[in-house]
Design a protein around this ligand. Structure first.
Ligand code: GDP
Ligand code: MG
Length: 314
């Protein structure tokens, strides 16, 4: 199966303004097989050069192979996948999605179309704080599952940034009906550096997150409010502690994603984590903000992008 990356939100040349590539977005969302199907929008956001696009390619691989037991295959990079590259230069700006939605069927018979979304421009050297906030907030609003990609551990800064992004997103949302503003967020900690205390994976991730988000009496009021606010903004918060990718992948300038170059433990956890997100039973359907209890329609999603970009540019 083919497909390619479609930039949908881009920054205009020499300007602070963002532009919606509406035609491109529609060409993905208005496909006949997707139009009236529930959507699951899975996105990733976080600092640059931290393996976001690399991880999206793993999700892409799972989708392309329809979640078959050997979905990972021998090599990760599908032809023309989300770009990742060794070195320092930026690859994409703004928000991109994969041109093909992927249809999955739950055991109830419900069909869900998965849209994969990659982002670039949170805290990179060339992006201002305001632009980072815009990209991240829009990502949160548009997704049903956001992967918050972090390095080594969850720090106070990471929580504060998340609060800034989510508050901005809430501000732009008029009719939230008193429901939680965002759906699922996963703290994905890459190169988890405290595995002696907490082992890799989901279970210990949950414990670490509990610890990090715990409101304690001796905490400053600001830190308490931050934690309460985050819990209230998201329907579901999860955490996954990922092992290091392996040095052989990082040393090889021409690394093309051959599995034998990745640390076996990393591969093991990829095989656990990716189905946690994408196995049909685990897909989180993007909820409508307009009609309570209903899935968001493709038109609604397009409108959301349109409104939010206007909100930012004005
Ligand atoms: P992005 O800017 O966040 O999208 O990062 P990329 O996916 O382009 O990857 C940047 C670099 O990080 C590449 O050289 C990857 O091989 C490397 N990388 C990918 N995953 C990991 C990881 O889990 N840990 C580390 N340390 N590096 C990674
Ligand atoms: Mg990238």
């Amino acid at each position: 199966m083919g497909g390619h990356v479609v930039p949908i939100v881009v920054q205009k040349e020499g300007s602070r303004e963002f532009e919606l590539n509406e035609e491109a977005l529609m060409s993905v969302l208005h496909r006949p097989e997707v139009r009236d199907t529930a959507l699951c929008v899975v996105s990733i956001a976080g600092a640059f050069r931290k393996g976001k696009s690399f991880f999206m390619n793993c999700l892409l691989k799972y989708c392309m192979n329809k979640g078959s037991p050997d979905w990972l295959g021998e090599q990760l990079q599908p032809i023309g996948g989300f770009v990742w590259r060794a070195g320092m230069e930026r690859e994409t700006t703004g928000i991109s999605i994969w041109s093909e939605p992927f249809l999955f069927t739950k055991s109830t018979g419900e069909k869900v179309a998965v849209i994969l979304m990659d982002t670039q421009g949170t805290f990179d050297l060339e992006t201002s704080a305001q632009e980072s906030t815009f990209i991240f907030a829009l990502t949160l609003l548009a997704s049903s599952v956001t992967v918050y990609n972090l390095m080594n551990q969850i720090q106070e800064d990471d929580l504060m940034n998340l609060q800034t992004f989510s508050s901005y997103g809430v501000l732009a949302q008029e009719n939230s009906h008193g429901t939680r503003s965002f759906q699922k967020l996963i703290f994905l900690v890459r190169d988890w550096s405290h595995s002696f205390e907490h082992d890799f994976g989901h279970e210990e991730g949950k414990n670490v997150l509990e610890k990090v988000l715990k409101v304690k009496e001796e905490q400053e009021p600001g830190k308490q409010r931050l934690r309460q606010g985050l819990r209230q903004s998201f329907e579901e918060l999860e955490c996954y502690l990922m092992p290091h990718i392996g040095t052989s992948a990082l040393r090889d300038r021409n690394f093309k994603g051959h599995l034998e170059q990745l640390a076996p433990l990393f591969v093991e956890h990829l095989k656990l984590l990716v189905p946690r997100l994408l196995a049909p039973e685990n897909l989180v359907v993007k909820r409508s903000c307009v009609t309570l209890g209903m899935p968001a329609t493709a038109d609604e999603l397009v409108e959301l992008f349109r409104t939010f970009i206007k909100f930012f540019n004005d």
